[in-house]
Design a protein around this ligand. Structure first.
Ligand SMILES: [Ca+2]
Length: 277
């Protein structure tokens, strides 16, 4: 790993700078009829958003020499077919859950709508609670993707720095850049940029996505069957994909960071649903 950049606390702080967030007081419950219609809408939208990801083998981690020590060693992983949401979970969906369960409404950045923007200011426990609730009301078996599933799906067959090639292109994903092709100076509504080769939107950029895995500082001993790494430091969970806060280097497809599971909420961190076949 000699020659690769080392992670420092200052680097992580810089990458996530200015993104600390909060939650508002508990949401007022909606009238019962209105609430059940809204819940049905969330169940339907979640089911319709799932897309089939074919089985395959890929090399996970940094193979370009541009990555950090914790993106190594690059290793081969075989991922069974599964399903992944084409979009991140939105505020519209999460707010229905929050109202139905008396949880706090996550804060949105002032000036941005809720609705079709990806939900943010949700920690790993909040994401897990949404998944558990949705499974209860829908009878489905949604879960967070494993980190290997996430990277396999984000790459969608690519082996380059970004899913579309080795050079950053502002028209392909929402980074901190504002340029022709990226008019967004903050988060963008889900699906505002073109999908990758698997038909997935915003896998890199816009908001970070929580994955299921417990944190490890490198890939020594990582599962090679596509499953989540469920041992290790499980008070820290990994985030993938980068966000509108990062410059293009933060959107490299092999980049991984982690956050403190019960406590940390950021205005650049959300999640999406996966489901086994
Ligand atoms: Ca942008």
């Amino acid at each position: 790993m000699k020659g690769h950049l080392k992670l420092t606390a200052a680097l992580v702080a810089a990458m996530l700078s200015g993104t600390a967030g909060a939650q508002s007081p508990a949401a007022a419950p909606a009238p019962a009829g209105e609430q059940s219609g809204a819940i049905d809408g969330v169940i339907r939208a979640a089911a319709e958003d799932m897309t089939a990801i074919p089985a395959g083998t890929f090399v996970m981690g940094d193979t370009t020499g541009k990555g950090f020590n914790f993106e190594h060693p690059a290793h081969k992983v075989s991922v069974p077919a599964f399903r992944l949401a084409r979009h991140d979970v939105t505020f519209a969906q999460y707010d229905v859950f929050a109202r139905a369960t008396g949880r706090a409404l996550p804060e949105q950045r002032p000036g941005l709508d809720r609705g079709s923007y990806p939900v943010v200011n949700v920690n790993w426990v909040d994401a897990k609670a949404f998944v558990d609730w949705l499974n209860k009301v829908s009878g489905r078996t949604y879960r967070l993707p494993s980190e290997a599933e996430w990277e396999y799906a984000a790459r969608a067959g690519s082996t380059t720095v970004y899913p579309w090639g080795d050079e950053f292109d502002p028209s392909k994903a929402n980074s901190s850049v504002v340029a022709p092709g990226d008019k967004w100076g903050a988060a963008s509504p889900v699906g505002s940029f073109p999908p990758n080769a698997f038909g997935l939107y915003d896998m890199v950029g816009n908001v970070w996505q929580w994955v299921a895995d417990c944190n490890h500082l490198d890939y020594e001993g990582a599962p090679t069957d596509g499953s989540a790494w469920t041992t290790g430091d499980c008070m820290w969970r990994n985030i993938r994909g980068g966000s509108w806060v990062q410059d293009p280097r933060g959107l490299r497809v092999s980049l991984r960071l982690w956050e403190d599971l019960p406590r940390r909420r950021f205005q650049s961190m959300g999640f999406r649903l996966a489901e086994s076949n």
